[in-house]
Design a protein around this ligand. Sequence first.
Ligand code: NAD
Length: 442
Amino acid sequence: MAESLVLTPPATLLKAVPVRNRGARGRPIPVYEVVRRQFSQAADLMELDPDIRRILATTTNEIVVHFPVRMDNGQIEVFTGYRVQHNDVLGPFKGGLRFHPQLELDEVRALATWMTWKTAVARIPFGGAKGGVQIDPARYSRSEIERITRRFCFALGDNIGPEYDIPAPDVNTNAQIMAWFLDTYLSMRPAHERQSAMHVVTGKPLESGGSAGREKATGQGVVFVIQRWAEEHGLDLSKATFFVQGYGNVGSWTARLLQRLGARLVAAEDVTGAIAKPDGLDAEALAEHVRRLGGIRGFAPAVDHESFLATPADIFVPAALENQITGATADLLTVKLVAEAANGPTDPDGDAILRRRGIAILPDILCNAGGVIVSYFEWLQNKRSEYWELEEVDRKLRCKILTAYDRVQDAARQRDVDWRTGAYMVALGYLEAVYKERGIFP
Ligand code: NAD
């Protein structure tokens, strides 16, 4: 889980092995270009109003900050952080904070844009944003990560706010980091405003105003949509097999929840390598192994990346980074369904290959929306000073994400398009309607 990555640096326990996301053929398409192509394809097909198209094709604000932090050895390091706010016509900007050594502005733009589509597909009153720090968290101590987080929050200043832009956890960040972020933000407010600003971040620890069910929410949402897809396609999940790329928050929760339904985890991959066991890996024990050692390596026999992707199974759950299923790798997959738990795991070349080969895709902006849906529930609970029990959160999440599933399915059927394009049409059609009602100031 992200917790162990950040708070128990895996580098001290396991030497991270970079995992390739490219095969011998082809180069991955830059991730912001992926978003542009997906957007253009849907906008063309649905004949999106050209004015609305120009608005949605660009981001609203792009904030780049450079900030100094004192390291444990007394020296100062300067870090680069980003917050891109894509669109807020539906509500406050909303999106995660990522700590990653290769994070750059174009990737944050792409991730922010996907958030706008995702909240529109799920019909929650938020816009799209994303941010993070270009940093390899495994190289820093817990106290350094805390100071980096706090100083990043300070550098963002009034560019975030509980009714304006609300961060949450993403790759290599977690509830602890959200607690530090919250505490720093509140410390910067006048005393009389502090109690009413708890909803400035979501994905907080329960004790600090978090919601029941938020930690597992993204994985839970992935499992709800997989369940629905399996029912509709005659796949008995109690006999199904699956494999997962990424065993952090989203990947490990998806695996554990699918296992509880009887499905068998047959392979997994993270930044430390890939492992496989055709008669089944215990998803709970693997999560515990990752918590203790910082990665999956050593839990079961290792396999190379190509063999991992070629694992015979019913379902593949990419839950790591973008651009994993590309023109170079999509032919390796032999599954029935790709459930996109990560953001942007499939590029347009990979997409075309999967479609040609009859492999179904539950697209990211639908499949992983559970996280932002329960973030919305957390935000509401904070605003109302309420606490919802887990059963209530799960019930409401299931209802919201399956309604979005039906919406996407209807759009794909009506327009005779693939599900990703259908999901885009749902999102863009909704945003277009809102813009037309409200008009453009002045
Ligand atoms: P995390 O940091 O908890 O886990 C990331 C996992 O991916 C780790 O196991 C890491 O080792 C692995 N990984 C990183 N690079 C890899 C590579 N090159 N090859 C294989 N594995 C690699 O992050 P997370 O919160 O679980 O996020 C995972 C994905 O889900 C991201 O795409 C994120 O944007 C998306 N997502 C997260 C949430 C959320 O609520 N956390 C919500 C929606 C979408």
